[in-house]
Design a protein around this ligand. Sequence first.
Ligand code: AMP
Length: 591
Amino acid sequence: MTDTSNSLTFADLPLSEAVIKAVQDVGYESPSPIQAQSIPYLLERRDLLGLAQTGTGKTAAFALPLLSNIDLKQRDPQVLVLTPTRELAIQVAEAFQRYARHMKGFHVLPVYGGQDMRGQLRSLQRGAHVIVGTPGRVMDHLRRESLRLENLKTVVLDEADEMLRMGFVDDIEWIMEQTPEDRQVALFSATMPYQIRKIADTHLKEPATVEIRAKTATVDTISQKVCMVSGFNKIDALTRILEVEPFDAMIIFVRTKTATVELAEKLEARGFAAAALNGDMSQALREKVVERLKKKSLDILIATDVAARGLDVERISHVVNYDIPYDTEAYVHRIGRTGRAGREGTAILFATHRERRMLRAIESATRQRIDTMRLPSMSDVRDIRISQFKEDVLKVMSMGDELEVFREIVAELEQENTLSYEDMAAALCFMAQKERPFPDAKEPEPTRRESREGRERGERRDGERRGGRERSNEGMVRYRVELGRDHGINPGDLVGAIANEGKISGQSIGHIRLFDSCSSVYLPEGIASSVLDVLKDAKIRNRPMALKPWVDDGVPMERRGRREAGRRDSSRGVRREGGRVRPRRGNDGNR
Ligand code: AMP
């Protein structure tokens, strides 16, 4: 297996210029192992059997070479990608579009069940270079002859074992028979059950095999945790962890060079001493950044795998996998940046439900169970901030003589205005904290940023701007309602039913999202079970809402659209003051 620590770049691969430029725009630093291995074969038009799961970068592994081989003048479909679900079809089609941004006139068309047939027929008539679809709908079009594959060059079977699980094997066989004899086939599957092996034996000619295998490693001194972030804004999740988790220095891994810079800027804006470390920086600059981390003028580095290779700084107590790595080996490299020199380390992994398989693969590769960590609530953040504030006050009180002049001022204030010491102290606390008020654990601040970022990602959120206000989900619990657009409901119906039946004020009802067959709604934490029972049976348009806690299967929304500091562990190097970073005073206190 190609190691992620090699220094191959996309430009070293014989991809088309337009594709290399798009990859550079997206900010990928280097090919993931599956990409490094698959791309050369697919460019040579060889058949390929890829054993790899989601999260390894397999979509780009086939999309980049196949795009490089596309003839833009030819409007008949040249590539057909079969996927198990419509969500994956959309995601793959979006990836093709992204990587083809410099290919003028390029068209990719996703086709899947449930989508308006007439619209699909029109789009097919207009022509598309790449079709990405679910087997059932692709079969429909082939039968209607609205999809013709005479000029097809390549078929990709994506997540073949999932297609098998969903009962699509016969459909795949049938579709394969409709494709030209000389087409190239790429089959990707996380596992290789008998039926998939059979498809491979029948339809692939002398395939090259690429396998992204799990390796084992010992990471005994590192405690591993996973934070399921489906439905959360990752930056908000990270900020809460930074507030609550005592750490000395931290390295945060992201997938792209662009993301290192963006995340570093966001964390700096939130008052953390953070900097980016990526392959675009000169060796000298990288060394300087690492030196600053060692000398404690920085606490957080945001890095890509390549840039952090071999990084050895004893004070790194935490590694955060902000973006899940491509493979287990990269994971082991990443978390090995902590737990240095026999110290204990903590590794926190952000994962979505879609990435569960990679999570299981990591557990088996590291031979350790990765415990799920609860994302700190706003009330945890508030408690920590208040206790740190108290510590700060006590520290200042131990200063002695320096306070003398202030004691005199307080005595004058008290005499001139007959004030109580309690009131004066409260007023001074207010002054000290007013730039950075304690979060209100009960009534979360609506964050405009969260909604904006969601929209930038193209997420569709019905009804989130109720009453002209955007809301955050802090201190809220997500529930599922078994009624959706198909039942003709709108967000107002949900608010009305929940407010009336559950006696919950409309103001405290959070984000609502409508999907086709169900909806989700955020309600405040700690709702009495008797109220939840009432809401379970409550009806809208004569149908029960069947409200229950949301079990996130990651499907409906995440795929649809594609998809503060001063806290003070005195061991950290900075302290937040009105959104700025100022150097910590004294106390090195390594934990
Ligand atoms: P996939 O396994 O295709 O679902 O890809 C998982 C994620 O990895 C997607 O969000 C891709 O955008 C991202 N990705 C794919 N290739 C690379 C790469 N070479 N460098 C960084 N990120 C990548």
